[in-house]
Design a protein around this ligand. Structure first.
Ligand code: JAH
Length: 235
């Protein structure tokens, strides 16, 4: 396949959505392969324990290096890119999705509890490239949902995965601004009419109107995305 994806989780069934519809077809067409591994298969004790109390005290539990280490030794070769979803990670962006879509092999390590013993990442980093990545400033129960989001954002950029290749050319962030409003039939719906300019056939005017709408929406929702020369920049 163009891209091989391995995911490690203590809830492998959580990754089932990755096989659904869109990605399912890409898998059938041999463009990507997705394999999910149950971390508990690398436990040693009868209770298949994956976590233990944190050194230094504090709430919650930490995932054991003695389980994650052997697992990644088997699942993550040195030429793969290891991605670890965590609230403490670098922000995931469209640009990072584009970088990931050019990789040959991605391994996603889904933590739970308070996270994975840091030495697992530090040890892996001596052999392979490791990215600790956040998909937003909120805390989930584990890395699985973040993994699904990142895989979807990445795989849709690979040729042959989306129906019409053109659709990701006009991605929301293609000009760095938020996408403005979209409309389709009927022309009036619950007393609300489609903006007349969109039915004018004047493509220059339509393009100008759409850019203005994008700017207005970006100013109000994401001033941080505004280019330096646009008014409305945060101080
Ligand atoms: N940035 C979203 C995100 C990613 C991962 C986690 C997480 C929560 C608990 C354990 C391990 C990872 N939470 C939020």
């Amino acid at each position: 396949p163009t891209l091989r994806i391995d995911v490690v989780s203590i809830f492998p069934e959580y990754l089932t959505p990755l096989r659904a519809a869109l990605l399912g077809r890409a898998i059938d067409r041999g463009i990507i392969s997705v394999d999910v591994h149950d971390l508990r298969d690398w436990t040693h004790d009868v209770h298949r324990g994956v976590d233990d109390s944190p050194y230094g005290g504090g709430p919650g539990m930490v995932m054991k290096p003695e389980v994650w280490g052997p697992c990644l030794d088997d699942v993550c070769p040195d030429d793969a890119l290891l991605v670890v979803p965590t609230p403490a990670g670098v922000p995931f962006t469209q640009s990072m999705a584009e970088d990931l879509s050019r990789e040959r092999h991605l391994v996603f390590a889904c933590g739970r509890y308070e996270g994975i013993d840091q030495r697992v990442v530090d040890d892996a980093a001596t052999r392979t490239r490791v990215l600790e990545v956040s998909i937003g400033d909120f805390v989930l129960i584990g890395g699985e949902v973040a993994t699904i989001a990142m895989v979807e954002a990445t795989v849709r950029l690979i040729d042959g995965v989306l129906g019409n290749a053109a659709s990701h050319q006009q991605d929301s962030f293609s000009d760095g601004l938020l996408e403005g409003p979209s409309y389709t039939r009927p022309e009036v719906w619950r007393g609300l009419a489609v903006p007349a300019v969109l039915r004018s056939g004047d493509h220059a005017k339509i393009e100008k109107w759409r850019h203005e709408e994008s700017l207005q929406r970006t100013r109000s929702r994401r001033p941080d995305l505004l280019p330096a020369d646009e008014p409305g920049q945060p101080d």
